[in-house]
Design a binder for this molecule. Structure first.
Ligand code: ATP
Ligand code: MG
Length: 302
């Protein structure tokens, strides 16, 4: 049996609750709400490492473009708290935008740099600056020791690791493999937008990635070709990008490349933009990987 976590709304409430948790033993899972099994996995993984788990629920306006889905984003706060209760979360921080941005949109922001301009950044200008700015703020406000992020958002995870390294945050970043529905669809809060035929069409993303990973031994062009051949079979999925890139530079890997690479896809299905990726090992003995083997945990502290 687990108790309902303490839900805090203001900076003062959070700070008062946070001092009750032992320093060095606090893991944080940041979310935008509309929690699903992917978030639950992050929470459970966090629990294996730290005595206390703090979940933030904040729909960050700064990372949404003017034409994006901020106003229709699913809001399921009571269900979110139920999931936090079930998963034994100790503390929830669920602020409104005026708590996080008391002076309105911040003039000073974290810049994602060049890695923030490619892939997702190309379709969503300013998205990663807005994301990193709130992540930095939430790292400060929660004073967490370990921060858990999903591999589903590979570019986000990479940029958070880079921020922590590049500007010396006292934080340890940990990644968690992508949680999928039984049929392969990567879990996402935005999947609730998918109607029957769109839900079916959305499967083409993971099927394309799988087809690519199945050809991993043959090299980059075989991987890309196999993935693309599957992706184009679905007329309801309008592909934005399908790439095989180096996991830390996000540059397309050359044909001679052998080693770990990120096979990533983004596509619009109906009005919903979906992303997915597989870490793959390219070359002899290659194939899909759960996670990258050589990603540093950026353990600068704790
Ligand atoms: N299927 C998943 N498997 C593992 N982690 C996930 C999954 N989906 C989301 N996460 C992680 O949960 C954290 C919070 O993500 P977020 O609240 O944006 O949910 P989301 O499902 O990605 O929503 P959306 O797709 O609308 O952005 C992030 O670290 C994200 O990578
Ligand atoms: Mg997300």
């Amino acid at each position: 049996m687990t108790a309902t976590p303490l839900v805090t709304r203001s900076r003062e409430e959070l700070a008062a609750a946070r001092v009750e948790l032992a320093d060095g033993d606090v893991a944080v899972v940041m979310t935008m709400g509309a929690l699903h099994e992917g978030h639950a996995r992050l929470i459970r993984t966090a629990r294996t490492r730290a005595r206390y788990v703090l979940v933030t629920i904040f729909l960050n306006p700064l990372q949404f473009g003017p034409k994006e889905d901020l106003s229709k984003y699913p809001r399921t706060f009571d269900d979110d708290v139920d999931i936090c209760t079930r998963e034994g979360v100790d503390l929830v921080f669920a602020p409104t935008p005026d708590v996080i941005y008391p002076d309105g949109d911040p003039g000073v922001r974290i810049s994602a740099g060049p890695l923030g301009d490619v892939l997702e950044g190309q379709s969503r200008p300013g998205h990663f600056d807005g994301m990193l700015t709130v992540v930095a703020k939430l790292m400060h406000l929660t004073r967490g020791d370990f921060f858990y992020y999903g591999q589903k958002d590979a570019q986000q995870l990479l940029l958070i690791r880079r921020m922590v390294r590049d500007i010396d945050f006292p934080a340890t970043v940990v990644s968690v493999p992508t949680v999928r529905e039984e049929d392969g669809l990567a879990m996402s809060s935005r999947n609730t937008y998918l109607s029957g035929s769109d839900r079916e069409a959305a499967l083409v993303l993971s099927r394309a990635l799988q087809a690519g990973a199945d050809r991993a031994e043959e090299g980059p062009s075989a991987i890309r070709r196999a993935a693309r051949e599957v992706l184009i079979t679905e007329p309801l999925a309008l592909s934005d990008y399908l790439v095989l890139v180096h996991p830390s530079s996000l540059e397309e890997v050359p044909e001679w490349y052998r080693g770990e690479a990120l096979l990533a896809v983004a596509a619009r299905v109906g009005t919903t933009r979906l992303i997915d990726n597989f870490p793959v090992l390219v070359g002899p003995g290659g194939g899909g990987l759960e996670v990258f083997s050589d990603v540093p945990h950026a353990a600068l502290h704790g």
